[in-house]
Design a protein around this ligand. Structure first.
Ligand code: SF4
Ligand code: SF4
Length: 199
């Protein structure tokens, strides 16, 4: 399926839908409560191992809406080629949200990085960073299925931007500066070819 997309950057096919799909200008957990984290996420095996190696630090920053029982943090590993190691491990839900989501709608993995003055996404799973983008079948595309469940960022009246514009930092994180620059050029070509206005 993905090889029907013509452009490849850094080994990923590019689904042009990311250029035109509408989205909110930016995430605001004060409004959405971090709803996209209510379903958990699949981590790569390496991310899962890293998270477990930091369990004491993570527990220190959890609140009483979260479980400190490490046994309840992850599902059983499963094979999945869209993950670097070929193995995905899902986070469990607790109190109706990902075990790492706190009461205020913040991800504890991002919170501890910021508390410790590290890069904000140092410990955060890639698929959490990317959403509403996803890597599916080797292509960077839109996670329509999950986005359809959202009550804030999937509402037309709130979607004043596009996923590309709202997620440029995430795309640069994934592709690097040069890859992102190539993507920006491809977007301009694509929109021109399809007679859309380049924003
Ligand atoms: S993706 Fe949507 S639900 Fe998730 S933090 Fe952003 S605005 Fe909120
Ligand atoms: S790990 Fe963090 S960002 Fe990812 S789903 Fe859980 S709470 Fe959300």
């Amino acid at each position: 399926m993905s090889d029907s997309f013509e452009k490849v950057i850094k080994g990923y096919y590019i689904d042009p839908l990311i250029f035109t799909h509408k989205f909110v200008k930016e995430c605001d957990v004060c409004v959405c409560s971090g709803e996209c984290c209510y379903y958990g996420v699949y981590t790569d095996k390496k991310e899962y191992e890293n998270i477990l190696s930091m369990k004491k630090r993570i527990i220190k920053s959890m609140d009483d809406s979260q479980t400190t029982n490490v046994e309840k943090w992850f599902e059983e590993p499963e094979e999945d080629e869209d993950f670097e190691s070929g193995i995905a491990v899902g986070t469990e839900l607790y109190n109706g949200k990902c075990v790492f989501l706190d009461r205020q709608g913040f991800c504890t993995l991002q919170k501890i990085a910021m508390e410790d003055k590290e890069y904000k996404w140092k410990y955060k799973p890639l698929y959490c960073i990317l959403f509403p983008l996803v890597i599916y079948d080797g292509a960077i595309t839109v996670d329509d299925e999950h986005l359809d469940r959202m009550h804030y960022c999937n509402k037309k009246e709130n979607q004043t931007s596009t996923i590309f514009e709202a997620c440029s930092e995430e795309l640069e994180f994934l592709l690097g500066k040069d890859g992102f620059s190539e993507l920006t050029n491809y977007r301009q070509e694509y929109l021109k070819k399809n007679s859309n206005e380049v924003k």
